[in-house]
Design a protein around this ligand. Structure first.
Ligand code: FAD
Length: 279
């Protein structure tokens, strides 16, 4: 049983609970990205179990006609075992989604996983165009170049500020520098792409900038926010006609999700608490 403090951020432990949550969001014109909680499996059978759940979930979503897609984590589907296992599992999930006219996102984890994640994304997106999307983190100094590399790849790109505490040798650690990098990366995306831009941020300044850039360049975009955070803004933006997608984690590993969020970055604890008390 998920306690109310966690229930605000987690859509339930089971697929039926998740689908109920998707139905409620869809009623407000908010789509959902469903993420089965789980990460850092060093056992291939644990990764397999989650791959199977995703395959079934894709069927459930396609059969229900709900406006939802899924998001996987590299270390959940095999990256901690090997890059090959990860790419095979990732490809299998996307191939199935492609058959079912569904969509798969891939989250981005720590910087030691960026190369393997982007290599897999690039190859899979070329094979299954516009069935897959990749998250990139603006706090990493390399990201501007990664975006340049990926700009013509036929997959969506979700830009986030970055949730992982990375060393100053490879990442911007100052919040205002991260914001500046996020703005630069947004500009690159809107200037160079005409579709497939996802703004993964709760920051009103970044969302306003995205809106201006979209109008300037005629680029299609969506705003993505986490379940339990600024949900009023999610509904308001959707009512204004913006494509809004809520990232909703679910599953029985909800406790470790919270521990990890808190451990990764002190700000994430403040962030979660701010959401709980409604600021
Ligand atoms: P922040 O810099 O945290 O906040 C900026 C401003 O936003 C605040 O000043 C305030 O005005 C507003 N704001 C923020 N929170 C609230 C609140 N609770 N209530 C009201 N206003 C608020 N990170 C990864 O590293 N990898 C991923 O794969 C990944 N996927 C993500 C997917 C989605 C859909 C989202 C939304 C985030 C994801 N993240 C991921 C997390 C991301 O990297 C950031 O850590 C997180 O989103 C916080 O940054 P922010 O841009 O939302 O704004």
């Amino acid at each position: 049983m998920i306690p109310p403090i966690a229930r605000r951020f987690v859509a339930g432990e089971s697929v039926p609970e998740l689908l109920d949550h998707v139905r409620a969001c869809n009623a407000d014109d908010v789509a959902v990205i469903a993420n089965l909680l789980g990460e850092h499996y060093d056992d291939p059978s644990a990764a397999r179990e989650d791959v199977d759940t995703y395959l079934t979930l894709i069927d459930d979503i396609a059969d229900s006609g709900l406006d939802a897609c899924v998001s996987v984590k590299p270390s959940q589907i095999g990256l901690d075992v090997s890059a090959d296992l990860f790419e095979d599992n990732y490809r299998e999930i996307v191939a199935h989604a492609h058959d079912r006219d569904a969509f798969v996102w891939c989250d981005m984890e720590g910087a030691d996983t960026t190369d393997a994640t982007l290599d897999a994304f690039e190859s899979i997106a070329e094979e299954y165009p516009w069935s897959v999307g990749q998250c990139l983190q603006s706090n990493l100094m390399r990201t501007h170049e990664d975006l340049d590399r990926l700009v013509d790849v036929p997959g969506k790109i979700r830009l986030v500020k970055g949730a992982y505490d990375e060393p100053a040798s490879i990442a911007y650690t100052d919040r205002s520098r991260v914001d500046e990098a996020y703005r630069e990366d947004l500009r690159l995306l809107f200037e160079r792409r005409d579709r497939g831009v996802a703004v993964g941020s709760h920051d009103p300044a970044m969302i306003a900038l995205a809106d201006r850039l979209a109008q300037e360049h005629g680029t299609d975009y969506e705003v993505q926010m986490l379940m339990g955070v600024r949900e009023d803004a999610q509904r308001d933006l959707a009512a204004q006609g913006v494509d809004v997608v809520q990232y909703a984690p679910f599953g029985d590993k909800w406790l470790s999700y919270f521990y990890r969020r808190v451990r990764e970055r002190k700000e994430n604890l403040r962030f979660a608490l701010r959401a709980v008390v409604g600021r």
